[in-house]
Design a protein around this ligand. Structure first.
Ligand code: NDP
Ligand code: 8X3
Length: 250
């Protein structure tokens, strides 16, 4: 039975990935900061599948909290086969001259440092057993930039560089690394970006049909389903109305 560790599983992509993979009778370690939301996901999985779930509530920005969480994993869950580095966020859409220092810190600390902490803590187990798969959720913003996207896009460019570096570093240990780049998807992402302003967030997805979290989850499921000798290094997924930065709004 595979053990799969997913960061940011209390909502959005992480929650959809957890629910999709739960159908395969696996062990899931699900993380997030919001205990209520995380417990809801765990309850759903326990009631609707034969997979077992371990919730871990912590902030990926906090190295000590990450270390403590990993240490707390019981023996029954500590043989981790897959790490899905998904937790992440964008804060605001301010041009660089007006950017807020705290917003920059949150994006850098979550999207880059959080991903690094989790990878550093979990990859040694994979190296030891000479197998494993790390899936990093990047973005179309790993290659594109847009007005006001400055620091968020920089963090996702960093996720792409780190994915490529990890792939090389871990290749001798038979560990796969996959960088998944979704385009616009209607999750809680824009609500978080706009500090809870749901009206402004909804406008982002007006005039076209965006991706659903489940679309991304299906792609992750596919990437994980391939035989041991096959590795998807990068995969881009957008809704049909989007190509790179261009969205066709009707
Ligand atoms: P959501 O806001 O719906 O979900 C984000 C998840 O990340 C939540 O579970 C949240 O949990 C968790 N998270 C955020 N900050 C932290 C933190 N400091 N510590 C631990 N967990 C954290 O957004 P998405 O599902 O859309 O985003 C998931 C990933 O996908 C992100 O990396 C995002 O950049 C990326 N992405 C999103 C796209 C989109 O259009 N939606 C497109 C391309 C990439 P909690 O609040 O409980 O901590
Ligand atoms: C999130 C989607 O459009 O802000 O990565 O790049 S977008």
């Amino acid at each position: 039975m595979k053990t799969i560790f997913i960061t940011g599983a209390s909502g959005g992509f992480g929650k959809a990935i957890a629910k999709t993979l739960a159908k395969q009778n696996v062990k899931l370690i699900l993380t997030g900061r919001n205990k209520v939301h995380l417990d809801e996901v765990c309850r759903f999985i326990t009631e609707n599948s034969s997979s077992s779930v371990l919730p871990l509530v912590f902030d990926v920005q906090d190295l000590n909290a990450c270390k403590k969480a990993i240490k707390s994993i019981p023996d029954t869950f500590n043989d981790i086969d897959v790490l899905i580095n998904n937790a992440g966020l964008a804060v605001d859409l301010k041009t660089i001259n007006k950017g807020n220092y705290e917003d920059w810190e949150r994006m850098i600390n979550t999207n880059i440092k959080g991903l690094l902490y989790m990878t550093r803590l979990i990859s040694p187990f994979m190296v030891k057993k000479k197998s494993g798969h790390i899936v990093n959720i990047g973005s179309i913003s790993s290659r594109e930039v847009y007005v006001g996207g400055n620091v968020y896009c920089a963090t996702k460019h960093a996720v792409l560089a780190l994915s490529q570096g990890m792939r090389m570093d871990l290749l001798p240990h038979r560990i796969k690394v996959t960088h998944v780049s979704p385009g616009a998807a209607e999750t809680n992402f824009s609500v978080v970006r706009f500090h809870g302003d749901k009206t402004r967030a909804a406008k982002v997805y007006e005039g076209f049909t965006p991706l659903l979290a489940e679309d991304v989850a299906n792609v992750v499921e596919y990437v994980l389903s391939l035989p041991e000798h096959v590795c998807i290094n990068e995969i881009n997924i957008t809704c049909t109305a989007q190509f790179n930065g261009l969205i066709n709004r009707s």
